[in-house]
Design a protein around this ligand. Structure first.
Ligand SMILES: NC(=O)c1ccc[n+]([C@@H]2O[C@H](COP(=O)([O-])OP(=O)(O)OC[C@H]3O[C@@H](n4cnc5c(N)ncnc54)[C@H](OP(=O)(O)O)[C@@H]3O)[C@@H](O)[C@H]2O)c1
Length: 351
């Protein structure tokens, strides 16, 4: 393990998740038609949206940070030429670099484009990270804590991971597989799931089954982690097995937010971390006070720790990084956020 250095400033790249967010940030766009807004932001330069003065650690250190906007929508990041999107992300990174950031986190779709941050990192002079390790840690930790709270024994339980072949899903699967009785993995492409199954079989004795029907996978499982890039909800709480525990990491969420009558199931918004103290943000990130997305928390933890390295980039992140970033975060007082009284509630939350 690399030893800690001095705390350093950080940068974090964000982007508008929807057209509604673009119009909120630039009121002049309020009456401009959708198509025109999309083509205007396509040529807009990245810009600094917020300076975060104090992110503190229980060890007494503090760091400041810079949130920089890469002004493209998710759809544009997936559909425009990859190289031009990467250049816009690099442009946002350079702003953070000029302001003094030493480590840069890639938020939302900026961590998914192209080779998942590797090219971006190669074009900047500061460390870059995707946040995938702490996002996986937050989901794994949520399942572990809720299992203890609900008195469910993992060794007798089945875990389903929906989106198991993705960056976060494969990390969650690899970290949790050895502690459960059975693992069911699901995504749309079978070949990638089979590769994961073979990889797991070589390192752990737990039975791992590929299930191409996501509805069947959740119906037979006690623990469920959903971490897909699906643009819409995939399940309703009504489909869940009695007493099941779900960490829904996906943005947008995979468990539908509609009213349901399942008081026996526990569904938490995975991928959230509570920071120590009362950090102030000048922008509304849409979460409860002091709670940030796990990918932001990874960047903040690395900055507090002075870890100037490309911590979690690309598709082959070591599962050891998941426990490591969890330890670093906890050392500075970061905790997984399980919601306000995580019960059966499935509540709407602004992004
Ligand atoms: N809270 C946070 O801080 C945070 C940070 C990063 C990411 N996230 C969220 O976490 C999720 C996963 O991110 P990632 O980086 O792991 O993405 P990724 O590497 O692109 O993986 C996405 C996974 O979803 C699967 N998938 C896509 N559509 C599906 C569907 N309809 N049904 C079942 N599986 C489906 C993909 O496999 P197939 O293509 O084979 O289906 C793949 O396994 C995203 O929603 C992202 O926004 C949250």
């Amino acid at each position: 393990m690399t030893s800690p250095g001095r705390p350093v400033p950080f940068g974090f790249v964000v982007h508008p998740p929807t057209l509604r967010h673009v119009r909120k940030a630039i009121p002049a766009m309020r009456f401009v038609p959708d198509g025109l807004v999309m083509s205007l932001i396509r040529h807009q330069k990245p810009y600094l949206i917020s300076r975060v003065r104090r992110i503190g650690s229980i060890l007494g250190h503090e760091v400041q940070g810079f949130f920089v906007v890469c002004p493209l929508l998710p759809k544009q990041m997936l559909e425009l030429e990859t190289e031009s999107v990467i250049e816009r992300i690099v442009g946002a990174g350079k702003i953070a670099e000029r302001l003094g950031a030493k480590v840069l986190g890639l938020g939302g779709y900026t961590s998914i484009v192209g080779d998942k941050g590797i090219k971006v990192a190669s074009r900047l002079n500061i460390a870059v990270t995707s946040g995938s390790a702490m996002t996986a840690w937050s989901a794994v930790e949520a399942i572990r804590r809720l299992a203890v709270r609900r008195g469910v024994d993992p060794a007798r339980s089945t875990l389903a991971v929906i989106g198991a072949s993705g960056s976060i899903g494969s990390l969650c699967t690899k970290v949790l597989a050895s502690s459960v009785r059975k693992v069911v993995i699901n995504a749309r492409h079978q070949d990638r799931l089979e590769r994961l199954r073979v990889q797991l079989a070589a390192s752990c004795p737990t039975e791992v089954r590929v299930e191409m029907d996501a509805h069947k996978a959740v119906a037979e499982s006690d623990f469920i982690i959903t971490t897909t890039s699906a643009p819409d909800a995939l399940f309703s709480a009504e489909e869940l097995r009695p007493g099941s525990i779900v960490a829904d990491v996906s943005v947008p969420k995979n468990i539908s937010k509609v009213e349901h009558s399942r008081n026996d199931v526990t569904v938490v918004d995975g991928g959230r971390v509570k920071l120590p103290g009362h950090p102030e943000f000048s922008v509304d990130i849409g979460l409860s006070r002091g709670v940030v997305y796990a990918c932001m928390a990874e960047t903040m933890a690395l900055a507090l720790e002075g870890r100037l390295e490309n911590f979690s980039l690309g598709d082959n992140i070591s599962p050891d990084k998941v426990e490591e970033i969890g330890r670093i975060g906890q050392k500075h007082g970061f905790e997984v956020w399980l919601g306000d009284g995580a019960g059966a509630e499935v509540k709407e939350e602004g992004q």
